[in-house]
Design a protein around this ligand. Sequence first.
Ligand code: MG
Length: 447
Amino acid sequence: MKRLFGTFGVRRIANQVLTPEFASKLGAAYGTVIKGKVAVGGDPRTSTPMIKHAVIAGLLSSGCQVVDLGILPTPTVQYAVRNYYDGGVIITASHNPPQYNGIKFVDKDGIGIAEDMELKIEEMFFNENPGRVSWDEIEEVSSRPGIVEEYIGQVITRVDSEAIARANLKVIVDCGSGAACSTTPYLLRKLGCQVTAMNCQPDGFFPGRNPEPTEDNLQGLIETVKATGADLGIAHDGDADRTICIDENGDFVMGDKTFALVEKHLLMENQGGIIVTTVATSTAIYDIAEEHQGEVIATAVGDLLVARELKNRDGLFGGEENGGLIFPDFVYGRDAALSTAKIVEIMSKEGKSLSTLISQLPDYHSIKMKVECPDELKQEIMDKIAQETSQYQVDTTDGVKIFREEGWLIIRPSGTEPIFRCFAEAKTKQEAQKMAEWGISLVKNYL
Ligand code: MG
């Protein structure tokens, strides 16, 4: 059977595969499995209202009650579902360009649905017809005004707001015209920061910058932080589940650094705990855990795998190297608002600049590279690489992760594109570069 779902949801160009007909049938298939009260929300893309209304029609046809939450961050929907509903649907393409959109389904805990439920939905989508209820069993659509304010209020209760207010930090916020426009600027103002907002009008054309918060795309924020002498720059992706920081010098801070910083403080505050991450995250996470009574569990790549493991193991904190941090006592998914609040809390309580705090973390350098490879060759190449590298210590949780004296290299076939990803980390940039190139050469040898 054809697979519809990627690592988290279905993502396509709007009105090509992702038409109202497609969205409605998929919504009905999900609704047939859930049979309950389902919350629906999305990011500000031009196609979001079209797809959202189609999904709502599908859900209603399968007998679900629907609560339309409007335009809001992905984690706000996950928060609402965990507390009030039986399921949730999020219309978003996260960091992808404006022509894309997607549909993410979550379970009653607000975690991206598990693979067995995906298979059930796909089976219904392709082979069976979703269950349709009779005319007198069609439920209603309602709204829930105030959910965004409630979510912001909950974030504030989880940090030391007095310490943050005293520090009076100057923060530049770049929401990229995405879903964070309704949360982060308001949150930081309520916490007592001096906020300057840029790209904070929701706009599905993303006129200010590309929604992916990479260093290249954040040049406007970097220049603004430098020009204004701000303490911090904050940027989010389109659906506001990832947070990227710019320090007071205008330097881009890699996501694994903020992950390590927040990990360190949470472990100190809680005298240890379980940290969950993916195999592609920095050794710094392990070093910090060792120093502060933490235990690290590594999953395959994918934020919903991290979220599920956090729930199963009653974990303290989790995350990825891309700026996605998960606070499991709040939302079982990456949460940009609490990440932002935690970072300003740490800066305020420590009384140190972000660059100083980052310089005190274990120092590693990483390089990401990719090489094209047809999908049908991936497994064979993966097997041969596993054979060739058998003299090293390896981890095969996801692709092959090879440990050498100077660092590690992970070689993974992409689940969505005809490429291999090679990701290396070492004590110096040169060594990381060498390791990543070695990975690329291993793949090319067998092409
Ligand atoms: Mg996202």
